[in-house]
Design a protein around this ligand. Structure first.
Ligand code: IPM
Ligand code: MN
Length: 356
């Protein structure tokens, strides 16, 4: 009997539904070709539902998600909803609730894609950021007191425990080993200022590396220097591991060097549980419903999902189709400048997958 995977699909807000539609189209083509099934169930979490019902993500949804093999997410964010409500109430709630402690973000420049980095090409820009995804400033303690007075105090603290740091580092070391390229893992921190949080990271990094991964070369960069080298010498990097906040920031920088939000994808991974895959750009409300948004980031997220489900041939076929389309057909990654519509991109990739 054909293998079958249960996929929760959350199209979300803005252009999310449009890009997810193309992603699903491409996933269906790959599953048909490689002989497995995708049983999809759609969920309407997002800004519209929140406006209608006042509900972001019911607690029961977290439990419901546990029954799936993976989650495929479009975008969360609505222009009429105050920033923070949907992000915290849906996206982060899913990440934390399902303990998706790794945010895996490949920074890979495909042939035919323009990068703002002068004199750099696909051979120079090909590394992966392993971002810790459930701790740090995102879940640290904090609060505001004496709000609105001249003595107002705001606290938001970067909290990490050894367990969180160790499991993230272990994933990063294993990933570097499996990737088998330069076998170099770089820790991105700030040990010259954050002498508590990143001291813990650095000690744990060195202890684990020395004892358990002697074949992996260890490097260390402060976060500010990391940004500089990601621009000047991206070819230095193989795998970068870092905390939640720094990971958030450097992966936007990484994304723009690989062609921008039209192509950058990420996986929120719980290696022992349910993982969620998403394009890392936002909901791009101004392009909603216009058939101009680039669905490649969502398609790349789908490709990562296939890989994580163990359907590696299908994942490779999707990637090959993307590369072909980028080299031959897609003029630019920017919305409205692709030389074709959103749905044409999906159709084209389906064609390439099936004819190959
Ligand atoms: C990302 C996003 C999110 C984050 C926001 C939307 C909460 O920027 O996935 O990088 O900060 O993690
Ligand atoms: Mn971000």
């Amino acid at each position: 009997m054909a293998k079958s995977y249960k996929i929760a699909v959350i199209p979300g807000d803005g252009t999310g539904p449009e890009v997810v539609r193309e992603g699903v189209k491409v996933l269906e083509a790959a599953s048909g070709k490689f002989g497995f099934k995708l049983e999809k169930q759609e969920f309407d979490f997002g800004g519209e539902r929140y406006k209608r019902t006042g509900e972001t993500l019911p607690d029961s949804a977290i439990d419901e998600m546990r029954a799936f093999d993976a989650i495929y997410l479009g975008a969360i964010g609505h222009p009429d909803v105050k920033p923070g409500i949907l992000e915290k109430g849906i996206l982060l709630k899913l990440r934390f609730g399902l303990d998706q402690y790794i945010n895996l973000r490949p920074v890979k420049l495909y042939p035919g894609v323009e990068t703002p980095l002068r004199n750099k090409g696909p051979e120079d820009i090909d590394y992966v950021v392993v971002r810790e995804n459930t701790g740090g400033l995102y879940t640290g303690t904090g609060g505001i007191s004496m709000k609105g007075t001249p003595h107002e105090v705001a606290v938001q603290s970067m909290v990490y425990n050894r367990f969180q740091v160790d499991r993230c580092l272990r994933y990063a070391f294993e990933y570097t080993k499996k990737r088998n390229r330069k076998k170099t893992l770089a820790l991105c921190g700030k040990t010259n200022v954050l002498t508590f949080a990143y001291d813990l990271w650095e000690r744990a990094f060195n202890e684990m590396g020395e004892k358990e991964y002697p074949d992996i070369t260890r490097e260390y960069y402060h976060v500010d220097a990391t940004c500089m080298w990601m621009v000047k010498n991206p070819e230095w990097f193989d795998v970068i591991v870092t905390g939640n906040m720094f990971g958030d920031i450097i992966t936007d920088l990484g994304a723009i060097t690989q062609g921008g939000m039209g192509i950058a994808a990420g996986g929120n991974l719980n290696p022992e549980g349910v993982s969620m895959f998403e394009p890392i750009g936002g909901s791009a409300p101004k392009y909603t419903g216009k058939n101009v948004i680039n669905p490649l980031a969502a398609i790349a997220a789908g490709q990562m999902m296939l890989e994580s489900l163990g359907e590696e041939d299908a994942a490779e076929a999707v990637e090959d189709a993307m590369v072909k389309a980028l080299q031959k057909d897609i003029k630019s990654l920017s919305a409205g400048k692709m030389g074709m519509g959103t749905s044409d991109v999906g159709d084209l990739l389906v064609k390439y997958i099936l004819e190959d």
